[in-house]
Design a protein around this ligand. Structure first.
Ligand code: SF4
Length: 107
């Protein structure tokens, strides 16, 4: 028979179930956000693009830095996600490979 006491097994199962629900909820929120459109007037004002490689590095505030939404201090969500929430554009998901003129280095 099992060497795990019944009470400990129930406690571990509850923790695992709670973790699964939190993880599932986080992913659902990020996935449910509409993508921030590059033709949105706010996106155009901030020079947002879904592809940071198309931006002339000389036009950036810090042209030497490798900049994309994925390494911006203002991006939220999980590393590795293709689309992530951004503090500057609430309610929208920005492309991890994107960029805008508000880009800031992580501390
Ligand atoms: Fe991307 Fe940062 Fe601009 Fe948000 S503030 S769109 S994460 S570069």
């Amino acid at each position: 028979m099992s060497t795990i006491p019944r009470r400990k097994f129930i406690q571990l199962s509850a923790v695992a179930a709670a973790g699964y629900l939190v993880q599932t909820g986080r992913e659902a929120r990020a996935a449910d956000l509409p993508h921030f459109a590059a033709d949105d007037p706010m996106a155009q004002a901030m020079k947002y693009t879904e592809d940071a490689s198309t931006v002339d590095a000389a036009s950036r505030g810090n042209p030497a830095a490798d900049q994309s939404c994925a390494n911006c201090a203002l991006v939220q969500g999980a590393d590795g996600d293709a689309w992530r929430p951004c503090q500057i554009f609430p309610g929208k998901a920005v492309a991890a490979a994107g960029w805008c003129s508000v880009w800031a280095p992580k501390a």
